[in-house]
Design a protein around this ligand. Structure first.
Ligand code: ZN
Length: 85
């Protein structure tokens, strides 16, 4: 679940820097599909609405839960990223 570095929203960091990076709502994060295991990218602002998401590979659809959004936030936090409010 690494944020893609090609998005301009992520500020470049020097390795070892402890400065937290704020991720904007436009930042895309990959979410794995329960059915085929492949990742589809979604914007954080979109996921925050707890939408129904559909896999771009197998078209499996499911609800993105509040719990998953919490877990995503915690994982990003551990990597030094914070979600913009
Ligand atoms: Zn899939």
């Amino acid at each position: 679940m690494l944020p893609h570095s090609h998005t301009s929203d992520i500020t470049e960091q020097t390795p070892g820097a402890s400065i937290a990076t704020i991720l904007s709502a436009q930042t895309e994060v990959p979410i794995s599909c329960d059915s085929c295991g492949l990742d589809t990218d979604y914007r954080i602002g979109f996921l925050r609405k707890l939408p129904t998401i559909s896999c771009q590979y197998c078209a499996d659809t499911r609800r993105f839960s509040e719990l998953e959004f919490d877990v995503l936030g915690q994982v990003l936090k551990q990597m030094g990223y914070f979600l913009a409010r």
